[in-house]
Write a protein that binds this ligand. Structure first.
Ligand code: OFO
Length: 165
């Protein structure tokens, strides 16, 4: 059975993951209309992953005797300046998500809820990966800067960049 405090904190994380999914979906749309198909596909995939993260929390809360709450979301930006800025935003957003997960882990320890603590370890590991991936992409795009040819190759190779590095 979930303590109220844990249930509320997990429900807040549902909103964080859902908003992440919406932000990345908006980034996918922007990349798509800008003609960067590879980047768009990458962002669609990220958006789907965040939705999975959200659903995992939904299931966990409901299975543990709580009630997952689906709330209204903030509308994300529609445009993102440059691709450099967009990937900077993605990176910074993942850092915020990690902080949010860390706070949640902290609450589970305070409440001595070791089952939820254990469940959250998956998110801790996932954030290590996502932060590393965001950092790798940001480093590459910062190297490319405004170079059109570089951006063309980046768009073609983004899926491999993230898998192999
Ligand atoms: Fe990348 O944020 Fe979910 O956990």
């Amino acid at each position: 059975m979930l303590a109220k405090k844990i249930e509320t904190a997990l429900n807040n994380q549902i909103t964080v993951e859902a908003e992440s999914s919406q932000i990345y979906l908006a980034m996918a749309c922007w990349a798509e209309v800008k003609g960067l198909e590879g980047v768009a596909q990458f962002m669609y995939d990220q958006s789907n992953e965040e939705r999975e993260h959200m659903l995992k929390l939904v299931k966990f809360i409901n299975e543990r005797g709580g009630h997952a709450k689906i709330s209204a979301l903030k509308a994300p930006n529609v445009t993102f300046g440059s691709f450099q800025e967009m990937f900077q935003m993605l990176h910074d957003h993942e850092i915020l998500v990690s902080e949010s997960i860390n706070n949640l882990v902290h609450i589970t320890l305070e409440e001595k809820d070791y089952a939820t603590h254990n469940f959250l370890q998956w998110y801790v590991a996932e954030q290590i990966e996502e932060e590393a991936m965001a950092r790798t992409i940001l480093d590459k795009i910062n190297l490319i800067g405004d170079d059109k040819g570089g951006l063309y190759l980046f768009d073609r190779d983004i899926q491999q960049l993230t898998v192999t590095s």
